[in-house]
Write a protein of this length. Structure first.
Ligand code: NAP
Length: 375
């Protein structure tokens, strides 16, 4: 299959490339990065795609067909040259292209959770029912996707997605003292800065509840989150008769990627689970006082269409300003809550979704500026 990979220079993108390099039925025809041009060109030298994409290639003389504009990229992605696309870039830059690709019936693998949330916020839940060629790459959603292919939906009582709890689950100090360096040290997964900070305050898990809701068309009240400290149980489904099914695997995205690229269960060379190494598996609920950002994400989803996108925009701004030390870790939920305290209408178009995301972002920035002036 001829595939394109957007976000190849990121943590997820690199792991996708590693898995693709082990499966010779995939030909990488396009690699897309952003600021890290040297890494993108190194990857291109190994994979020799027909195209490389980054706006930062503009004006450079390189031995590849360079695409520097979103429109050029979109044309190639929509053409017959590409049969499947991996979305592994952070942010929402490719939202419009993503929606167009969904409608083509090409295989679309999505790691970028914000894209799924925005698409669901625009079109309503049940993305996977409408677009069966869409394949989720988040480990929890991949686990649910695997189970939902086997279990009768109408007999499901509850769906659980799990969270490791992040580095501050047992933290005894004040959240105000958490530095970007501390928040960026995730115990179990290697990921980019935005998702790592989101994982540290569990906002990421809130985004994942939104993602599950929009992908699978499961009512929000049936989706629950459990802290699973060892990160080996990725999702559970409890049936009406009380039996619970679960997906267990080591916390390694390469397993998820390999599962997502093949309808068959393939051998893998990565580490396997050794059950006897676990003395116990620990489950817990996220403590509301500690993880307010998580509960605010659930609140945003429950308020109805428009709020998830507003929340995503506000969170993007909060994480950026936390990483640049303009606000503390403790400030993030305070800002998110204030941004959600307004009325928005359900978005009707791509343009309205983009405007709502921008509204969330700029409202959060305005609040952040006001806080720093007041301090
Ligand atoms: N890492 C994981 O295990 C994991 C698991 C599940 C889901 N995800 C999701 O996958 C996405 C990527 O995560 P990550 O951990 O790989 O993050 P990351 O390491 O920060 O990588 C982000 C990627 O996106 C590219 N990018 C950033 N801004 C862009 C823009 N405006 N236009 C085009 N490309 C842009 C970056 O390019 P440059 O580096 O060249 O600037 C890089 O390739 C996120 O949405 C995350 O939530 C990640």
């Amino acid at each position: 299959m001829r595939v394109a990979l957007l976000g190849s220079t990121g943590f997820l993108g690199e792991q996708i490339l590693e898995v693709l390099s082990m499966h010779h039925d995939f030909e990488v025809v396009l690699l897309g990065g952003f600021r890290n041009v040297p890494k993108l060109l190194n990857q291109a030298a190994s994979f020799r795609p027909q195209y490389v994409y980054s706006p930062h290639l503009e004006g450079l003389s390189i031995p590849f067909h360079a695409l520097t504009r979103g429109k050029e990229l979109e044309t190639v992605l929509l053409s017959d040259e590409v049969e499947g696309v991996f979305f592994a870039a952070s942010g929402i830059a490719f939202f419009e292209t993503f929606l167009k690709l969904l409608r083509t019936g090409k295989t679309i693998w999505v790691g970028s959770k914000e894209l799924l949330i925005l698409a669901g916020d625009l079109e309503g839940s049940g993305l996977l029912l409408r677009y069966p060629h869409l394949i989720p790459l988040d480990s929890e959603h991949n686990a649910l996707w695997q189970m939902l292919q086997l279990l009768p939906r109408e007999e499901i009582a509850k769906v659980y997605i799990t969270a490791s709890g992040g580095p501050f689950y047992e933290w005894q100090g004040s959240f105000a003292d958490i530095t970007p360096e501390m928040a960026l040290a995730h115990p179990n997964w290697k990921m980019g800065a935005k998702i790592t900070v989101d994982s540290a305050n569990l906002v990421n898990k809130g985004l994942e509840v939104m993602e599950a809701f929009f992908l699978f068309d499961i009512p929000q009240e049936k989706i629950d989150v459990l802290i699973q400290r060892e990160s080996v149980v990725h999702a559970l489904i409890e049936m009406k008769d009380g039996f619970v099914f679960g997906v267990f695997a080591p916390p390694d995205m390469r397993l998820v990627i390999q599962n997502a690229i093949s309808p068959r269960r393939l051998e893998h060379p990565f580490q396997r689970l050794r059950f006897t190494e676990f003395r116990a598996l620990h489950f817990d609920y996220p403590v509301p006082q500690r993880f307010q950002g998580f509960y605010l994400a659930l609140y945003a989803l429950s308020r109805g269409r428009g709020y998830p996108t507003l929340f995503c925009g506000a969170d993007e701004a909060c994480v950026h300003h936390f990483l640049t030390r303009n606000i503390s870790f403790e400030d993030i939920p305070v800002i998110l809550e204030q941004v959600l305290d307004q009325d928005v209408s359900p978005p009707q178009s791509v343009h309205e979704i983009q405007r709502l995301f921008q509204l969330g972002f700029s409202k959060a920035e305005a609040l952040i500026r006001r806080r720093s002036v007041l301090q």
